[in-house]
Design a protein around this ligand. Sequence first.
Ligand SMILES: [Zn+2]
Length: 446
Amino acid sequence: MVLSAVGGAYAQEETPSGPVYIVQAGDTLTTIAVQFGVTVDDLLAANNMGPGDLLYVGDAITIPGLEGVTGILETHTIPFGETLRSLSRRYQIPTSQLVKLNRVVTPWELYAGSSLILPVSQTEVPQLSRAVLAPGQTLLELAVRENTNPWSLAQVNQLTSLSDTMPGDVLFIPGQTFAGPGAFPAPITEVQVSAFYQGETGAIHIFAEEGSAFEGTLINHTFSFYAVESGHFAGLQGIHALAQPGLYPLLIKGTLPNGSTFTHSQPVLVQGLGYLFETITVPPALIDPVTTNKEEDFLRPFVNQFTPEKYWQGLFLSPSPCPTCINSGFGNRRSYNGSAFTYFHGGVDFPPVALEITASADGVVVFADLLEVRGNFTLIDHGHGIFSAYMHQSELYVKAGDTIKAGQVIGLIGNTGRSTGAHLHWEIWVGGVQVNPLTWLETPYP
Ligand SMILES: [Zn+2]
């Protein structure tokens, strides 16, 4: 039985001629050839098959051209928190084999959620735990501390020499089996990342020892993590509605309870959403960039704040008594007076069904005054970098510094500022970025 070897230690007489792939429903010789970058003819030859032979689900097909790779080839999804290096160590497969097997060209291909082919009979790995080299610490010192020897450490970690290490590298140590992401040090037991979409709120959860601290960076925005409960940290970051769909690095920096630090960067996929396109004609003064940019620059420091206290609880409330009465939705791409579609709608517009405007969640008013573009404008801080904004009001009922309760009346709908008719323009900001506020009515963020 050639496929039962443990840890890649095949007995000499049982060495198979190459890794095997188990035929799945829907596979054909052509799809298998494409998946592994070989020709159908090579597949036929490697398996002593003729063109008329049939494939059956469950058949073991030898994949040619992968000398040195053995085992059953399976496709795995790469989670956030695993790299080529950590997977190589976790499954005890040289990175060169993984690169060859997957035809990996750049680290960008190993984004969270992408697929990687692993030879799984080699995944019965020795029990491993994780440790990080402290600055100035050698592999020998780490080996002594972990009651092992440096050559075992080098072998388990696929190192070419005892000096082939770097500070902060998460090394695997023979010992207790661990659960958790292999590219994160041991005090971190789980990392969850949400899907990321244009104009939506990204959420990252880290489960780690109490006393840890984390910070993230995604698309030029650095965001803080906060403790949801003991050992559970969360970070929220808005994705700009005009962000190009594609891969972006998500960087996590951490400080562990013992004071050591680490970083992990891995691409994540930002997906597009089918936002509408609107062509709008307005008096030119309404979009005069001199005024609009000045006001945005004035407001930016307010929405970039991070209040460590959390004021909101559960779902946000619509500021309108008719949550579905929406004149214009979030994220619509806009062309003003024949311009390119370089503008977007940063909030949701409600008609004056009733005049009273209610606060979306508990918070503290950080700004309530008349602005040239936004008219009578209220900005409420809900803590943790989350803000709601209410524009074009005829009356302001609250002032900066006021503590606000969810559902409290904060003003009346109006037509102040650069507005072409009475309406409420309502926004939610997450980490300095406007996001689809309607999502906050349906999704409870931690
Ligand atoms: Zn609007």
